[in-house]
Design a protein around this ligand. Structure first.
Ligand code: ZN
Ligand code: ZN
Length: 437
C-alpha cells in the first residue's frame, strides 16, 4: 500500500474502521479432499514460513534495492521445482508452476519492498537494517505467496493449467508494477486472471474486498495561463475554481474518519456515503511561475472516473467565460496513476468459493471507495489482466496486534500466513477448475 508521509494521523484514525469488523469466525470444515490436502500441507510448512517471514523482516530492502529479498525468493521457488525468471523491472521475480496439462493460467502477485522507518519495532526479530523496516507488511505478503507456491506445487499432479507467482519490487513508490510490465512481464507470462492480497487491520481469519474501485483515484489537475501582470489574481481565481469542484461539504461526516466504520453509512453498508465524491486537497495547491507562463495545480481525489473526466471541460468552460479567457493555455491532468479496479465477475466468484470453503462469516463485502490517499500499484496489472485485490486480516485485537500499514504500531499476527495460504490456494484451485475462459 502506498501513501504519503502526512497521513499517519489519518491512518491511525482509520484503524477504527476495522475495529468494527472483528469476527470470531473460525475456519469452516472444508468439504473436498484437495482442500483438506491444502490445509495439511499449509500446517506442515507453517513453522518454516514463519521463519522465512522473520528473515525478511530482519533483512528489509528498500524499494528498488530488493536484491537480497529477490535472491531468497528465487532460491525458494527453485527448491520447489518452479521455473524462475529474475530481474524483471528491477528485482522483480516470477515463478512459473506449469502442471504440464492444458488449462487456465492464474497469476498471484506479492509486493516485496520495505520502507524507510525509524519507528521502534516491538518484536523479537527487529530489522537489522537501520532506518529500514517492513512497516507495510510486504514481508508477510511475500511469505504468503511463497507458501501458496509450495502448496500448489505439492498438489501439482492433481492440477491443470499454469500458476504464475509475481514478486514485485517498488510498490511503495507505486512504480514497480509498471516497471515489470514495461520490462516485458506479459511477454513472459500470459495469465487469464490475476490476484493478490495485502495485510489489513482485520482479524486473521478474515478477508475483505469489493468489485470495481477499492480506493479513490487521485490526480493532479493543472491550469496554465500566459504570464501577465494579473498573475496573482489569476492564481487566486484558479484556486477558487478548483476548490469549487469539490462536492463534499466541509462540515460533512465524510471527513470524520470514524464514519468509515459506521455500520449505517460506512464502507460495509451498501448505503455508504463514500461514493460519488470528488474532493480537493487544500494543502497541496502549487503555483509555478516561469518566464512564459503561470500554472496552478492541485491534488484531487474522486470515487468516480466520470467525475474526474468531467472536471477538465468544466474548468475550461468556466475560464472561457471569464475575463482571463484569452490568457488560458490549457487545463490538464499533470499526474495520473492507476487505481485498483476489481473485476466484478471474478470478485463475486472468488469470494463465493472462499466463503463456501472457509465460512461466509470470514468474508467482508465492502462498498464505496476508500478516500484516504491509499492505493496499490497492483492496479497496473489489472489494466492488462482482470483480477481481484483482497485485504487479508493480520490483526489480533485481544493481543493488541493491529496491522494498519504504515502506522507506528503496525504489527502482524503470523496466523494470517496460515489463513492467506489456505484461502488463496483453495481459491486458485477453484479458479483453475473453471475452464470456460
Ligand atoms: Zn505501504
Ligand atoms: Zn503495502
Amino acid at each position: 500500500m502506498t501513501s504519503n508521509k502526512k497521513i499517519i494521523k489519518l491512518i491511525l484514525f482509520i484503524q477504527f474502521l476495522f475495529f468494527g469488523l472483528v469476527s470470531c469466525g473460525q475456519n469452516a470444515k472444508v468439504k473436498t479432499s484437495i482442500h483438506t490436502d491444502i490445509q495439511e500441507q499449509t500446517s506442515k510448512i507453517f513453522d518454516n514460513l514463519v521463519t522465512i517471514r522473520r528473515d525478511f523482516h530482519m533483512n528489509p530492502d528498500l524499494s528498488g534495492k530488493e536484491k537480497r529479498t529477490s535472491e531468497k525468493i528465487t532460491e525458494y521457488l527453485l527448491s520447489l521445482g518452479l521455473e524462475v525468471k529474475t530481474n524483471i523491472g528491477g528485482y522483480g521475480v516470477v515463478g512459473i508452476l506449469n502442471t504440464g496439462k492444458k488449462g487456465k493460467r492464474i497469476a498471484w502477485r506479492a509486493d516485496i519492498d520495505a520502507m524507510p522507518s525509524d519507528i521502534p519495532d516491538d518484536v523479537d526479530f527487529p530489522s537489522k537494517n537501520k532506518g529500514v523496516r517492513h512497516i507495510c507488511g510486504h514481508d508477510v505478503n511475500t511469505t504468503i505467496a511463497l507458501g501458496i507456491a509450495n502448496v500448489m506445487a505439492s498438489q501439482k499432479e492433481k492440477l491443470t493449467g499454469t500458476i504464475y507467482f509475481i514478486f514485485q519490487p517498488s510498490e511503495e513508490p507505486y512504480t514497480g508494477a509498471k516497471a515489470m510490465i514495461d520490462d516485458g512481464l506479459f511477454d513472459i507470462i500470459n495469465p487469464n486472471e490475476i490476484y493478490g492480497s495485502h495485510i489489513a487491520p482485520l482479524a486473521t481469519t478474515m478477508i475483505a474486498t469489493k468489485p470495481g474501485w477499492l480506493f479513490a483515484d487521485y490526480k493532479t489537475i493543472k491550469i496554465s495561463f500566459q504570464n501577465s501582470d494579473e498573475n496573482d489574481t489569476i492564481a487566486a481565481y484558479s484556486k477558487e475554481l478548483i476548490s469549487n469542484l469539490q462536492n463534499v461539504a466541509p462540515d460533512s461526516k465524510f471527513w470524520d474518519p470514524n464514519t468509515l466504520s459506521d455500520p449505517n453509512i460506512g464502507l460495509t453498508n451498501p448505503n455508504t456515503i463514500f461514493t460519488d465524491y470528488l474532493f480537493v486537497n487544500q494543502e497541496r495547491f502549487n503555483v509555478i511561475k516561469t518566464d512564459k507562463d503561470i500554472s496552478i495545480d492541485a491534488y484531487i481525489g474522486s470515487s468516480d472516473s466520470k467525475l474526474l473526466a468531467a472536471a477538465i471541460p468544466q474548468l475550461k468552460s468556466e475560464i472561457r467565460k471569464s475575463k482571463f479567457a484569452k490568457k488560458l493555455i490549457d487545463v490538464t491532468y499533470s499526474y495520473e496513476r492507476a487505481t485498483v479496479n476489481n473485476d466484478k465477475h471474478l470478485t463475486q466468484e472468488s469470494l463465493a468459493s472462499i466463503a463456501q470453503l472457509y465460512g461466509t462469516e470470514n468474508i467482508i463485502r465492502l462498498y464505496g471507495e476508500m478516500p484516504d490517499y491509499r492505493g496499490d500499484d497492483f492496479a497496473y496489472f489489472q489494466e492488462h489482466v482482470p483480477g481481484v485485490y483482497f485485504y487479508l486480516g493480520g490483526s489480533n485485537f485481544e493481543k493488541g496486534i493491529i496491522s494498519m500499514p504504515h502506522a507506528p504500531n503496525f504489527a502482524v499476527d503470523e496466523e494470517c500466513i496460515r489463513t492467506g495460504v489456505n484461502y488463496f490456494s483453495s481459491m486458485i484451485i477453484e479458479r483453475l477448475k473453471n475452464h470456460t475462459k
